[in-house]
Design a protein. Structure first.
Length: 413
């Protein structure tokens, strides 16, 4: 199939001058996109995607464009309604930092960066270690766990709740809404998922808004209190609705990437027992291993950008108003940038992957995701003497996110 795609891509380009078409929802792509990415990169720097949109396939172009000010993230309201519908989810996208451009993006980022600081995350690390230990404790008795439902999903939700000062008793109430919120971030939200996504936004807005009102009277050291107190050099502050909607966004940004990073990392180690043995023999490799998991199977496969003016990619001019999908997953496997890119190598020293984006939209939660993943893998290897597959892993079928529904693991203390 993939050889056929490569041949077809070359024939299509030769006959029409048009790049090949890429369907991120193709079942073969959902199962394993990387052979298809290789064929697309070989065909050229661009591929065709939806109406008025192009995919960028090669590392050099993606790395340049992710920092290019001619590309923006602030899409028209009609785009969000088309993507997520006319309800709360479509409205919510218009106010979060992910979809704002300068100058508003700069103001929001400066204020949120002060609240979402590495120092705050570092102070939280002992609690993260305790959370992972507690989540893994049942597996020491049962001899197995699911890397998704028992670790990769609950941990980031617990961490984001702790960051925001949300009582542990409420974590179980929040968890299903956090899961439904992730449905809103699909490139096109299926009609069946839109009511759940809208309910999640509405419920989380109400819940966090009530907590924020209490923090005004009794501030603490949590993320919401820090967002309330943050001011920039001009004395600007975040208003109530900005804090609430960006705190709701933090539930997605704070858990979705981390969930997928931990799940795909566990799956990768189970598929590569030599790398698992190497990491067990030298735990100091854990930070490098986390970076390699991010590169090898990027949790977010692509990000959308809107061309604010004409720009060139390869020998083609992308007109203003067109959408570019920067294919991070393809860029991270580009052999022009990475030696043996299809090999998992936890000793890889030079690893400038693009999984957290770049430029002004570089992921604010990247530091937190790295800390959580490092703690998770360190604790896994310290707690269990063996980690082996307990059955087949099952993928989630989403063209934007590389995620798992289940990764069963057998363990021995």
């Amino acid at each position: 199939m993939y050889l056929w795609l490569s041949i077809l891509a070359g024939m299509t380009s030769a006959r029409t001058g048009m790049p090949p078409r890429f369907d991120a929802r193709d079942p073969a792509v959902l199962a394993d996109p990387y052979p298809t990415y290789a064929a697309l990169r070989a065909a050229g720097p661009l591929c065709r995607m939806g109406p008025g949109s192009w995919g960028v396939t090669r590392y050099a172009d993606v790395a340049r464009l992710v920092r290019d000010p001619r590309l923006g993230s602030e899409f028209p309201a009609a785009y969000h309604r088309m993507s997520a519908g006319d309800g709360a989810a479509g409205d919510f996208f218009g106010s979060i930092i992910l979809y704002r451009d300068p100058p508003e993006h700069g103001r929001l980022r400066r204020l949120m960066a002060k609240a979402f600081s590495p120092a705050l995350v570092r102070r939280l690390r002992p609690r993260i270690e305790q959370m992972v230990t507690e989540l893994l404790a049942p597996a020491t008795r049962t001899g197995g766990f699911d890397a998704v439902s028992d670790l990769a999903f609950p941990l980031p939700v617990m961490v984001v709740c702790a960051l925001m000062g949300i009582p542990p008793a409420d974590h179980e109430r929040i968890r299903p809404y956090a899961l439904d919120l992730s449905k809103a971030f699909a490139a096109i939200v299926p009609d069946d998922d839109r009511p759940a996504a809208d309910r999640a936004v509405e419920w989380l807005r109400g819940y966090l808004g009530d907590i924020l009102d209490r923090r005004r009277a009794e501030p603490g050291e949590d993320l919401l209190s820090r967002m309330l107190a943050a001011t920039d050099d001009d004395g600007a502050v975040l208003d109530h609705d900005e804090i609430v909607d960006n705190a709701v966004f933090a539930f997605f940004a704070g858990f979705e990437t981390t969930t997928n990073l931990i799940a795909t990392g566990v799956a990768a180690l189970l598929d590569h027992p030599d790398q698992l043995a190497l990491l067990r023999s030298d735990p100091t490799l854990t930070p490098r291993a986390v970076e390699e998991f991010l590169r090898y199977d990027a949790p977010i496969q692509g990000v959308a950008r809107l061309a604010r003016e004409d720009l060139d990619v390869g020998d083609r001019t992308i007109r203003a108003g067109r959408v570019l999908i920067l294919l991070l997953g393809s860029a991270n496997r580009d052999p022009d940038q990475f030696a043996a890119p299809d090999r998992l190598d936890i000793t890889r020293a030079e690893n400038p992957h693009l999984s957290f984006g770049g430029g002004i939209h570089h992921c604010l939660g990247g530091y937190l995701a790295r800390v959580e993943a490092q703690v998770a893998f360190e604790t896994l290897l310290r707690t269990f003497g063996t980690l082996t597959p307990a059955g087949p892993a099952h993928r989630q079928t989403d063209g934007t996110l590389r995620s798992y529904a289940s990764v069963p693991v057998a363990v021995r203390p």
